[in-house]
Every structure is written in C-alpha cells, then in structure tokens.
Design a protein around this ligand. Structure first.
Ligand code: ATP
Length: 363
C-alpha cells in the first residue's frame, strides 16, 4: 500500500504564503498530477512531501505513518520516507556511465549481476536510450539525461515515484512516446505516481487524478474527465482549454428546470442546472462549436476573422454581435472565406455557467 495524505499544509518563504491550507489525498495506485501555472506551488508541494522543504503547519502521513507534523516541528528525514524522486534537473552522477547511473540502486540492493543487466537494459530500452549506455552524462543532450534520470528511478520498481516536469526537455514526438511509456509503466508496476507539470495536455493524457493549483491554493481535484468537462472554477476552465476556451458574459435567471441566460449571442435556455440569478459567464469549448455557411433558424450569426489550418484540424476565429470573439476547432481542412457570414451552434448541455462574482461553476 502507498497512500499519502496532506492535511492543513501551510508553507511560507519569509513572509510569502506559498502553500495555503493544502489538503490532498493520493491513494494507492493513483497517477496524481499537480497542475497549474508557473509559480503556483506545485514543486513546493512535491518538496514538502519528500522532506526537501518543511511546512510550518500541517501533517503529512505516508501509509498512515506520520512523516511531518509542522506544529510539533517533527519532520522525518527524506531517506526515511520511502520515496523516489526525479527532478527537472536530473542530477546524474557525472563520473558514472549511463549504465552505472541506472544500475546504482540495484547494486545497493545487492541484486545479482545478471538480473541487474536485464533490468537496467529493460529500463534503458523503455526510455529509448539503450544505445547510449556507455556514455557519460556530459556526452548526452538534456532530453537524453532526463530519460536516464527516469530510467534510474523506475529500475528499482519503486512503490511511490515523484516526477517534477520530467519530460520538459524532450521534443514533441519523443514527449508523446514517453507519455505513453510512463502510462504503461504505471499500469504494469502499479506504482503510485505524483507528477508535476504545467502542461494540461500532459496531465489529461496520463493521470488518473489531477489536482489544479492557483497561487498556492488547491482549487479542484478530479479525474481528467471531470477537470476537462466540469472545471469547478473559471480559472481552471481558462487554464485547461487547448486551444483557449470561449467565455461570454451573460445575465442568468433560474427557471423551473433550466437557466435562462441573456447574452450578446442571444437568449439561451441551459438545461439541468442549479438555480442561479445574476451576472454569469458562459464557457464554450472550441470543439463544441459547429459552423454552417447557410443561414439556419437558430444559428448565431458571426463573421469569419481568420482561418488557421494546423494539419489535421483548423482553428476558426469569428466575431459575433457585441464584438464577441469566438474560436472554433474543426477536424480536417476547412475552407472558409474571411469576412463572410457564418452561423454557429453548440450543444447547450455542454455549456458551463460560472457565477461572475465568485468564479464558481453553477452545477
Ligand atoms: P514552476 O512550474 O515554474 O516550476 P511551481 O508551481 O512549481 O512553478 P514553486 O516552485 O512551488 O512553483 O514556487 C512557488 C512560489 O514559491 C514561487 O512564487 C516561487 O518564487 C517561491 N519559491 C519557491 N522556492 C523558493 C525558495 N527557496 N525561496 C523563496 N521563494 C521560493
């Protein structure tokens, strides 16, 4: 079992309050990604879990054993916590070859020479760096070093693995391969993984759970599906969309089983929502927008501002009445003339409504 619980964690650097009353449970077997913009406290969270930083307040337990009790000034040594950490700055031993770096942990565990060779070569193969096994770290690119660091961490098949932006130095294709490999590793080894990234696509593709941070606050924890389809806060919605999600200001009023919203793009009846009256913001994903070049009865009129082909998909920027800018994402190559009118539609059940004042989702 490998369960980690953080209760009421507060961390300060001088007078700066960096982690604000953080409560988070990482269950055995989770692939938990800490996601958020630069400086929101993701790495600091990882560092307080490992013991590289000490929080002033709060409790951390690993498998129900107390490792940190801030108020009592109790902090178990990092080596006593049974964690395995890979940092963005991989910290390989410069005097050892790739093979020796990766074999080091197994040598410490007195694993036989034959078994060590088998496991090291398997880890290097998975990370696509077997051909470099006799090189020294200084003879490798940043991305190759990063993969050696991951191989070194996974070769001992740790129960808990902490990864801080481990794919940041890889090119786009290799990053895709490595995401698939890490996901496969997680499935095969059943390791509990805590993964830090600011890349929402990375988080959505690999994780079983995502914890979204803003300015030291944990704003939402959920499955990738929940985080993507129902961001609980408008900041999460803004951060998660790729390309950027559309926001439209509206006035909402509760009706029997729907919300009636008045906005510059028309009056809409959004089904199955909690009652809410007041200023609201609607969010609409670009991929939910359908475009017609023929006038339709319920279609919202727009003018095409730009068409951005991106290989397998096309992004279309449009403006609607009231100077509302809307972005649509269509599969394939789409031919639309700039400056021409189009009519758009989207499924109302997919529209999320946020309270403009608090930024919270109207569920
Ligand atoms: P990034 O994605 O850029 O790595 P992050 O979300 O991991 O960002 P942290 O590294 O946890 O963010 O930093 C959170 C805040 O704490 C930042 O404002 C940072 O400047 C500050 N901070 C981090 N480490 C220290 C330190 N040792 N001393 C003072 N301030 C620090």
């Amino acid at each position: 079992m490998s369960r980690i619980e953080l209760k009421g964690i507060n961390k300060y650097f001088d007078k700066n309050h960096i982690l604000k009353d953080l409560n988070l449970v990482i269950e055995d077997g989770d692939f938990m990604t800490l996601l958020g913009p630069s400086g929101c406290g993701k790495t600091t969270t990882l560092r307080v879990i490992t013991g590289l930083e000490n929080p002033e307040q709060g409790i951390i337990t690993i498998n129900d054993k107390e490792m940190v009790h801030g108020e009592n000034h109790f902090y178990a040594a990092p080596s006593k916590r049974g964690l395995n950490l890979v940092f963005q700055s991989y910290a390989l031993w410069p005097h050892m070859t790739v093979y020796e770096n990766v074999a080091f942990g197994l040598n410490m565990q007195r694993v036989s020479k034959t078994k060590t060779r088998e496991r090291v070569e398997n880890a290097l193969e998975r990370m696509r760096i077997l051909p470099y096994k006799d090189r020294y770290p200084s003879e490798l690119s940043g991305g190759q070093q990063q993969r050696v660091a991951i191989a070194r961490a996974i070769v001992t098949e740790p129960k808990i693995l902490l990864l801080d932006e481990p794919l940041s130095n890889l090119d786009a294709k290799l990053r895709l391969d490595m995401r698939a490999e890490l996901k496969r590793l997680h499935r095969e080894l059943k390791t509990t993984i805590i993964y830090v990234t600011h890349d929402q696509v990375e988080a959505l593709t690999m994780s079983t759970k995502i914890a979204v941070f803003f300015e030291g606050n944990l704003v939402q924890v959920g499955s990738p599906k929940e985080i993507y389809h129902c961001p609980s806060d408008i900041r999460v919605a803004d951060f998660i969309g790729n390309p950027k999600i559309n926001f439209v200001d509206a006035d909402a009023a509760a009706y029997s089983d729907s919300l009636r919203v008045e906005s510059a793009i028309g009056t809409l009846a959004i089904p199955n929502r909690q009652p809410f009256n007041g200023k609201a913001v609607l969010s609409i994903y670009p991929e939910d927008i359908r475009i017609s070049t023929e006038r339709t009865e319920t279609g919202i009129p727009c003018i095409v501002d730009s068409v951005l082909p991106a290989g397998s998909e096309t992004l279309i920027q449009m403006s609607a009445e009231g100077n509302i800018s809307l972005l649509a994402k269509m599969i394939g190559e789409i031919d639309l003339e700039i400056g021409k009118p189009v009519w758009i539609a989207f499924p109302l059940e997919k529209v999320n409504v946020y309270d403009k004042e608090t930024g919270k989702l109207v569920a």
